[in-house]
Design a protein around this ligand. Sequence first.
Ligand SMILES: [Ca+2]
Ligand SMILES: [Ca+2]
Ligand SMILES: [Ca+2]
Length: 491
Amino acid sequence: MKFTPAVFAAVALSGQATAETMAVLKQRKLEAWSRQAEAGVFDLNRYAALAATTPCVNGQAGEYKCSGVDLISFLRHQDLGSSTRRGNDVWGWTSPAGREFGAVGQTDGTAFVEILKDGSLVYLGRLPTQTSSSSWRDMKVIGDHVYIGSEASNHGLQIFDLKKLLNITTPRTFSTSTDLTAHFKGFGNSHNIVAHTETNMIYAVGTGSGAGCRGGLFMVDVSNPASPKSSGCLSAGGYVHDAQCVTYRGPDSRYTGKEICFNFNEDTLDITDVTSKGSPTTISTTGYNGSSYTHQGWLADDEMRFLLLDDELDEQNKQGPAANQHTTTYIVDIADLKKPIFAGTYQSPAISIDHNQYVKDGLSYQANYGSGLRIVDVRSLKTNPTGRGLREVGYFDCYPEDDVTNGAAEFTGTWSNYPFFKSGYILLNSIERGIFVLKYTGPTLQGVAKCLKPQFLFARELTDEYPGPPKAHNPIPQEQGRQRLPPLQMQ
Ligand SMILES: [Ca+2]
Ligand SMILES: [Ca+2]
Ligand SMILES: [Ca+2]
């Protein structure tokens, strides 16, 4: 980011001058993980294999605290062929026949698993890192191919045909030369890979200086996965940490049908129009109170009216609304793409840093480091944009080590999750342990509305069957809560 007049104006307006740089953030994490390694958390056989599916009963699934989320299956990083045994990002693929697979990021490569109908996991093999190991690896799927980048020097973009997984009988280590559909070398290291499936575009972000894009949106057209083509760059906003790109169908009719990217730019939310790859433009650059490291976010609704944003250092730095270190989600009203409004925040009952969140059917699935998977009902935004109607409807805490203090603002626990499988199985990748298959068992808009009359749902939402956070930091009086419930739509 930084150094554009618009950004200086935004910084001046919001009064935020506290954002850290990527170098500071990376250093802080590397030091934390180095301490963890010395303490033995990545050691061979440090964690036990899971013997059987473990439902969440009375707030506990085995050693893990939980609510409304069952532990279905689990494989350790060592069971996934990793010699470093350290996880990072994760994504999923559904085959043309409906089988479900996971691409599990590790510092030394990407492990592939299949999630069977009963939720059990089968390890199929792995694609090693293209060059060296790195703490940062990121993968996204378009069609039947996975696109993998890493902060490892000269890594480039691995393009791998996931159909290779369909007939595997014994785990296989794939070749980084002969098993790739293509290896794109237009950039070396990258921090995140953003995929826009509708336009067959990959946007690599946080690329190194050799890529010549200042870490901004490095555009790769993958219409033909075997022949990826560099098609443009948006560098005006500087370093982009992560982004979501969509074909815009929201309320700001000036941009209907345009390809819009929401860029999380270290200290601002940048909304950009990348319809023209040769001349992409920045629509707005917006800072906010508490900005410490603007990290990631996701659209909150299919109408594209609201966006959820997470800041990775506000809890640790005790900035703005996150001063109490409870995980803080920023709610942005993006009805006007030129003037986004930071409308409010939601705070988790747990203390932790947030990392990656994805929204599916009105629920935000947040991978919040030491407090694990947190599922937040965000449907009330339609009637109350301040976020005061948001509430946690389920969680699975994959990092028990910090539970005694109700969590800690540290870089331990989970890195990311993938909630988009039709089966409802959720993949949660833990930095220390391995890959979890989880199942949310609480009510969903679809699930509840299908079988209940609206007035009964209304009652049910305020009962113990549909609890709010046990220690809500956004307590809403029940009467207000009633008024703020979104209108029901029977399926
Ligand atoms: Ca990532
Ligand atoms: Ca945060
Ligand atoms: Ca925990």
